[in-house]
Ligand binder design. Structure first.
Ligand code: NAI
Length: 280
């Protein structure tokens, strides 16, 4: 018995890196896989056949898999992605929104095209694919799981990534809102925040000579959130980096209440009370 026997799982950006590891992980546990990948370069230029290679790999291992070369950032692409799954396997069960690109530049030098392309693939792509997927789930009678991909950069910020961190923080907000709205359709929506050596990160100093931060370390987190082991947990961010699994949470401090002046704080009083306002 596999964890996801006969479930139809769509993994976007699964032509390499973390997405490929997700696809292999779900397939090993009995899922039928739609391997989506536009096949472009790290910064999103061009297209290619990366999805076909992973489909071949999955089929060679005995799994059922089909390729989708759709662009997740376009409404037509997102619609075609879900249609591909329904045409091949008759239904959908799990969506892993993983596709992504990078166009780093320090904030003062960031241009509009770099902003738009990165926000489009990550935030808009996650919105479009999730909406098409969730509509199909509702048409099937409800039930299903969405696993998004945010980032430490989105949760905490990172130098040179104003476009990427905004997109990834947007995915966090989208995960929270979808988890609330889709609960009544029995659809769980969670996110992972991975750290792994892939073509996206391999030139960063922190990954030089490191072989303990692999996509294979990440895949079990998506498998957990995409399987019934997840139960009714929804709206969480599970972070994973090599041997370490942890979680991101946004906290709200207790804060302070003003008893006088109709509760209206002055700016000076906020300054004077700063430490007790922000104390967790
Ligand atoms: P990767 O570059 O190997 O994989 C991304 C895949 O997405 C590529 O195969 C690419 O062709 C595909 N893709 C890009 N634009 C697409 C589009 N419009 N439509 C369909 N496919 C598209 O990089 P990696 O590291 O495997 O990234 C996977 C996800 O994990 C991304 O969302 C990334 O932002 C996220 N992530 C990765 C981290 C890391 O340490 N590697 C850290 C935090 C987040």
């Amino acid at each position: 018995m596999g964890l996801v026997d006969d479930k139809v799982v769509i993994v976007t950006g699964a032509g390499g890196g973390i997405g490929r590891a997700h696809a292999l992980g779900f397939a090993r546990e009995g899922a039928k896989i739609v391997v989506n990948d536009l096949g472009g370069t790290r910064d999103g230029a061009g297209s290619g056949s990366a999805a076909n290679r992973v489909v071949d790999e999955l089929r060679a291992a005995g799994a059922q898999a089909v390729a989708s070369h759709d662009d997740v950032a376009s409404p037509q692409g997102a619609a075609s992605l879900v249609e591909t799954a329904v045409k091949a396997f008759g239904r959908v069960d799990v969506l892993v929104n993983n596709a992504g690109i990078l166009r780093d530049k320090s904030f003062l030098k960031m241009d509009e095209a770099m902003w738009d392309s990165v926000v489009n693939v990550h935030a808009k792509g996650t919105f479009l694919c999730s909406q098409m997927f969730a509509r199909q789930l509702v048409a099937q009678g409800g039930g299903g799981r969405i696993v998004n991909t945010t980032s430490v950069s989105g949760m905490l910020g990172n130098f040179g990534q104003s476009n990427y961190s905004s997109a990834k923080a947007g995915i966090y907000g989208l995960t929270r809102t979808m988890s609330i709205e889709l609960q009544r359709h029995r659809i769980t929506v969670n996110a992972i925040a991975p750290i792994a050596k892939t073509r996206m990160t391999e030139d960063l100093p922190m990954f030089q000579g490191v072989d303990t931060l692999t996509p294979e370390h990440i895949a079990p987190a998506a498998l957990f959130l995409g399987s019934d082991l997840c139960g009714d947990r929804t709206g969480h961010v599970l972070a994973i980096a090599g041997a370490r699994v942890y979680a991101f949470k946004v906290i709200e401090t207790t804060g302070r209440f003003k008893e006088t002046d109709n509760g209206v704080w002055t700016a000076q009083e906020i300054a004077e009370s700063w430490d007790s306002i922000v104390k967790a």
